[in-house]
Design a protein around this ligand. Sequence first.
Ligand code: GDP
Ligand code: MG
Length: 196
Amino acid sequence: MDTLEAKVVILGSTGVGKTSVAVRYTQNTFSPNGTSTIGASFMTKKLQCSVRLQIWDTAGQERFRAMAPMYYRGASAAILVYDITSEESFKEMVSWMEELNKNMTDDLVIHVVGNKLDLESKREVSFMKVLDYCDQLSHGVSGINEVSAKHNIGIEEIFLDITQTLVGRKYNLNLDRTTTTDIHSENVQYEKSGCC
Ligand code: GDP
Ligand code: MG
């Protein structure tokens, strides 16, 4: 069976939990004091067959929006993360969506993720609002999940949805591995293989 390889970028404001989502998925751990110590880690998890996701997380430079296109170039999928306790982070997610729509083709798989579901009592962003927003997008999204990296709720599902969508489009995949490997060295890259 052919191996499906895809670059997946995680975008969103600082502090929404991008690193925590990536680390929860690839290493099944959570660090309450932040995750900056992991530095430049590269993880490969070999399962038995045919999907390998390269998961790209930023190490702080998400603040420098001008650099973002270098980072998401060549991506097959983007995970746009906001924090359900932060209206501001939702607005920023919307601006990421607009940027991707402007710069990327329609075959980019976009998945919207509301993190910190365990902080329900501090919620500022209703799920309905996110559904309504995604509903009116002309290109649609591959899924919308509310998750908790902390409590490990919904994390696998994000990547499963993305994988299933990518598998469905397998023959249209446009992978650019040379681009993915020479992007800023401070980017953190994880890799995980899995069955579809
Ligand atoms: P990033 O800047 O988007 O990469 O965010 P981080 O992954 O570094 O997380 C920022 C802060 O939010 C850290 O203190 C994390 O421990 C915390 N955090 C991340 N995910 C969750 C979550 O699901 N629930 C809660 N309560 N805190 C989280
Ligand atoms: Mg981070």
